[in-house]
Ligand binder design. Structure first.
Ligand code: QAP
Ligand code: CO
Length: 167
């Protein structure tokens, strides 16, 4: 087990697209378990492999209150989207920034689990939001890129200032 380093926006590696996983083997399962540990350690509800600089289609999510709802999605695909909802989002790669994003209110997703078994899940609310947010990461998209240029520039300036202070 290991805590992995999470790329921080605007790291250009956050924009690399993730390739499909073609074989789920011991090293895939090791990565999944490290991602789970990293997500829980940083008190996140979701983490995409892109954020730990692994450009493969793997997402881990636990959107439950009591950290009992862990789900692993390998090669996820959304097969149904319904309704629209505006919800506040955050991101472990953009710490301290929380903004409203409009997304589908409910989705159906099909994916493989860490044992290679295919499953289909109907999700709504926070879980649906999180699935869409994490799947965006696999395509190289970060949630702040849905915001206006004005807001995005303010966020970039804030993050730069913070990175200067940390250095
Ligand atoms: C994505 O994000 C998400 O700024 C997962 O200081 C979030 O786990 C989808 C976090 C909300 C839908 C709704 C963010 C932790 C965690 C921070 C996260 C922070 C510490 C973000
Ligand atoms: Co994120």
């Amino acid at each position: 087990m290991a805590i992995l380093e999470i790329l921080q926006y605007p790291d250009p590696r956050l924009h690399l697209p993730a390739a499909k996983v073609d074989k789920i083997d011991a090293s895939t399962r090791q990565l999944v378990s490290d991602m789970v540990e990293t997500m829980y350690d940083s008190e996140g509800i979701g983490l995409a492999a892109t954020q730990v600089n692994v450009h493969r289609q793997i997402v881990v999510i636990d959107a439950s209150e009591d950290r009992s709802g862990l789900r692993v999605f390998i090669n996820p695909e959304i097969t149904r989207r319904e309704g629209m909802a505006l919800n506040q989002e955050g991101c472990l790669s953009v710490p301290g920034v929380y903004e409203n994003v409009e997304r589908a209110d409910s989705v159906t997703v099909t994916a493989l689990d860490e044992n290679g078994a295919r499953f289909t899940l109907n999700a709504s609310g926070l879980l649906a939001t999180c699935i869409q947010h994490e799947m965006d990461h696999l395509q190289g998209k970060v949630f702040v890129e849905y915001l206006s240029e004005l807001k995005l520039n303010r966020i970039r300036a804030k993050l730069k200032k913070r990175q200067r202070k940390a250095a």
